[in-house]
Design a protein around this ligand. Structure first.
Ligand code: HEC
Ligand code: HEC
Length: 131
């Protein structure tokens, strides 16, 4: 009898570990509507850093605090912060200006062109003054 209990405990422990690892490893698809889906983590991060600098804000300006996993700070996939969609409009505008109004290197994805950038207009302000 003690042996059987031991086996049950061991098995349920193994199941717990296996399920736990599966949950951590489950691939979460990115919620990208403007940037290329195959973007690397490094490229995504460096672009986001340029937004912080150009607008003089923190990540939370466009990203909401996580409700699903309260321990993990920000839910970057969520679109709950309306400023994120405003930023997407600005990204589309910036891509459009670079693609259609400037000479550029055709080997670079239009989303990565930076003849003009957020900073060209924003210069450290989220709402650039009109003059
Ligand atoms: C000015 C607004 C803005 C700021 C500031 C900003 N982001 Fe973003 N972020 C966006 C937008 C818009 C998207 C979605 C882009 C798209 O749809 O292609 C995004 C997407 C992301 C994603 C991808 C999430 C997913 O779907 O998997 C990550 C990660 C991310 N941002 C991290 C950051 C970090 C870290 C910071 C601070 C260093 C930051 N962002 C600052 C607007 C912003
Ligand atoms: C051609 C100039 C220009 C460029 C380039 C530009 N912006 Fe803007 N942006 C503005 C102006 C002007 C405003 C203020 C609009 C207002 O107050 O109604 C603004 C406002 C915003 C706002 C505040 C919300 C809103 O829609 O009013 C966000 C967020 C923003 N820009 C993000 C960005 C990001 C991110 C980039 C780069 C991908 C960017 N902008 C590039 C001119 C620009």
């Amino acid at each position: 009898m003690p042996n059987k209990n031991k086996i049950i405990v061991t098995l349920s422990f193994l199941a717990f570990v296996t399920l736990g690892v599966a949950a951590v490893k489950a691939p979460q698809e990115r919620n990208l509507k403007v940037l290329p889906k195959d973007i690397s983590d490094e490229k995504l991060d460096s672009i986001m850093q340029t937004y912080n600098k150009a607008l003089g804000v923190k990540c939370e300006f466009c990203h909401v605090k996580s409700k699903v996993y309260p321990g993990t700070d920000i839910d970057f996939r969520s679109d709950a912060e309306p400023m994120k969609e405003n930023a997407r409009d600005m990204m589309r505008m910036t891509i459009e200006i670079n693609t259609n109004h400037f000479y550029f290197n055709k080997s670079i994805k239009p989303e990565y062109l930076n003849t003009i950038t957020c900073k060209t207009c924003h210069r450290g302000e989220a709402f650039p003054p009109e003059d």
